[in-house]
Design a binder for this molecule. Structure first.
Ligand code: SF4
Length: 227
């Protein structure tokens, strides 16, 4: 059986087969796993390590009072793909790692579906500390924390960004448009020609599985921009 089948089934995408030809869409080879993969930075990217240390000590917004662990980011410091979510949840706050639990498992399935792995991409949130009771981020928190995200992108220099959910999309594009207005098209991050695609947050997909096929379309769009 196709090794990717369980992951595609998880995405609700059983009708696609990677590399099958015959009208099916061929997927890429998985990115080679980069060495130096560490939560929060990387031995090969000292700037990222230094930034992670700054985040660990950060008290720029009130969330530092209630956080457990600062969730800086994880993955390859030389990643081509940079995935951005909203903020840590309860489990992430305990472990200090982004996208663990069910939403994280779905994100892993999404990545595998396009030939990627958690270790070969970089994953971070707009906010590095958990909002209490998983409330929506306040504007001031996004404003205070976003410089960390922009610096992470500058240091990693990915080739594409995937913004997952409204908060990530609006923060990265400096936009007030809704997610449905922003997704389904290619954007540009800042003025540096870096392509950015907006899609649904995996936590939303857990509540609304019908949106998985649209997410798949977004990931295929991102893949085409990278090619
Ligand atoms: S959420 Fe961001 S700005 Fe606020 S304390 Fe945490 S790291 Fe600092």
């Amino acid at each position: 059986m196709d090794r990717q089948a369980p992951y595609l089934r998880e995405m609700g995408l059983v009708r696609w087969r990677f590399g099958s030809g015959g009208g099916g869409r061929s997927g890429p080879e998985p990115d080679s796993l980069a060495s130096g993969t560490h939560v929060g930075g990387g031995d090969e990217n000292p700037g990222l390590l230094s930034l992670a240390e700054q985040a660990r000590r950060c008290e720029r917004c009130e969330l530092h009072r209630t956080r457990g662990e600062v969730v800086f980011g994880s993955g390859s410091p030389g990643a081509r793909w940079f995935f951005v979510g909203e903020a840590p949840g309860a489990e992430e706050d305990k472990q200090g790692v982004p996208f663990v639990g069910r939403a994280g498992a779905l994100l892993s399935a999404m990545l595998f579906g396009i030939g990627l792995s958690r270790e070969s991409v970089y994953i971070a949130n707009v906010l590095k500390c958990r909002p209490p009771n998983n409330r929506d981020p306040f504007g001031i928190e996004v404003q205070e924390c976003s410089p960390f995200l922009h610096a992470q992108i500058d240091l990693i220099q990915p080739q594409i960004i995937v913004a997952m959910g409204r908060f990530a999309a609006q923060a990265l594009l400096n936009s007030a448009e809704s997610l449905s207005q922003l997704r389904g098209k290619a954007h540009q991050y800042r003025l540096n020609q870096l392509p950015l695609v907006v899609t649904y947050h995996p936590a939303y997909l857990l509540r609304s599985p019908a949106a998985k096929s649209k997410t798949w379309e977004d990931l295929v769009l991102a893949q085409s921009l990278l090619a």
